[in-house]
Write a protein that binds this ligand. Structure first.
Ligand code: ATP
Ligand code: MG
Length: 408
């Protein structure tokens, strides 16, 4: 029923040249996220998204638009002729289609095209009267109407709309650098990924798993999470799933159970940093949260970070668990995160992880594993790579079959 969508975007902090970049990135991302089924053009500080081939806006298009970061709100609109009768008829049709027959309303017209002969004030009044005639159970409330009927008479075109659907705002993906998200199968890291994507970051994902003990189902769960995230992402989303068992075994053989988790995390960070450099990511993102579990103390965060010189972003560090759960439900990752398949084999997890640790001590332990770097590099080369676009896997391969690690 709708001809196009009128898009409002946040302009705060985006002045001058930046604003142009913001707008062109946003338009580009809209087209990519809607699989080239639409065109996007800018008029009077709005973006108008129109389906190609004279099609109408459908539900899928609206759902996809809601997931484009940088968009503040969307209004599905109906194009009208610059003619009173046509405007009135279309409003009446719209109200009927939406089954709006009772409650309060207000007509709010804007006329920037002064060649249209009726002033906004009169347009509001006349349209209001005609609507009352047609719908005896509707009444006018100019202060707090149930339905705000908007009419816009612009130079370029004229249209009417009812809804103003709030979206996530944020920045267009690609406006904020590139990072790698350390994606576990848990609740937190997908939310961390989403938050940084919303800040405009390009992302890829890095996950560690322990084959063969938690093979297919874990990989499937991780990919499902990426598929969800990819719905908010205009580009190909790369997910590197790294077999970590050999490294875990070597750490386990040191028999220092309480530190094994921290050692594993340090190793994950070293591997992730190598991969991040390979993929030109400038930062790593984790779902860490201060004090949420024994391993996430400030001391341990310091010891873990010491394993890399890359910037680590922890967008959830000060969040309440409940806030994270709510966010995960809102973006649709929660139901996947609670699947029971563990990302890492429980056999490698200490019963009582240490809450205090020191980098130097960990380095001494690491030196005892003389082939640690080799094991880590091997893990990386054997990783499974999944390429995901708009919720679907479009390619998958083993890292070393297609990609060459540069420091070799
Ligand atoms: P999450 O809900 O994200 O799993 P958590 O509260 O369970 O977080 P941990 O399991 O201690 O906390 O993990 C802390 C962070 O370390 C994760 O958010 C993630 O970024 C990273 N991480 C942990 N395990 C893995 C893994 N197997 N693969 C990739 N990253 C991981
Ligand atoms: Mg976890």
């Amino acid at each position: 029923m709708y001809d196009f969508v009128v898009i409002k975007y946040s302009e705060i902090g985006t002045k001058g040249k930046n604003r142009k970049v913001f707008e062109s990135k946003l338009m580009n991302n809209i087209i990519l996220q809607l699989n080239h089924k639409v065109t996007a053009k800018k008029i009077y500080g709005r973006i108008i998204v129109t389906p190609k081939e004279n099609k109408k806006i459908d539900k899928n298009m609206l759902n996809s638009l809601k997931k484009v970061f940088g968009i503040k709100s969307i209004s599905p609109a109906i194009e009208v002729k610059k003619d009173y009768e046509d405007i009135r008829n279309n409003i009446i049709k719209l109200l009927k289609d939406k089954n709006i027959t009772s409650g309060s309303f207000k007509v709010d017209s804007r006329r920037t095209d002064k060649s249209f002969p009726i002033r906004s004030f009169d347009l509001n009044k006349n349209l209001g009267a005609d609507i009352l005639d047609e719908f005896p159970d509707l009444f006018v409330d100019v202060h707090n109407p149930d339905y705000l009927i908007r009419v816009e008479i612009r130079h370029e075109l004229a249209f009417v709309y009812l809804e103003n659907i709030e979206c996530f705002a944020g920045y267009p993906v690609g406006a904020g650098g590139k990072a790698s998200i350390m994606l576990s199968g848990g609740i937190d890291s997908p939310v961390a990924a989403w938050i940084m994507m919303k800040r405009g970051m390009k992302l890829n994902a890095i996950s560690f798993y322990s084959p063969p003990s938690n093979n297919e189902k874990t990989v499937m769960k991780l990919i499902e999470l990426s598929k969800k995230l990819s719905e908010f992402y205009p580009f190909n989303f790369y997910h590197y799933i790294i077999p970590f068992t050999e490294v875990q075994l070597a750490i386990k053989n040191l028999n220092i159970e309480s530190y094994s988790l921290i050692m594993q995390r340090r190793s994950m960070l070293r591997i992730a940093s190598k991969l991040a450099k390979h993929t030109q990511s400038n930062a790593l993102i984790t779902g860490e949260n201060l004090g949420q579990v024994a391993s996430q103390t400030l001391e341990n965060m310091i010891t873990i970070s010491d394993a890399t010189d890359m910037l680590i972003l922890r967008p959830l560090v000060g969040y309440e668990k409940l806030e994270i759960v709510k966010k995960a439900q809102e973006i649709g990752t929660y139901d996947i995160s609670i699947w029971p398949y563990k990302d890492s084999c429980v056999a490698f997890l200490p019963k009582k992880p240490a809450t205090k640790s020191f980098p130097d001590k960990m380095k001494k332990y690491e030196e005892k594993i003389n082939n640690l770097l080799e094991l880590e590099l091997n893990a990386l080369k054997n990783s499974l790579v999944y390429v995901i676009k708009n919720g679907e896997v479009i390619d998958n391969y083993v890292f070393s079959d297609k990609e060459v690690f540069k420091s070799e």
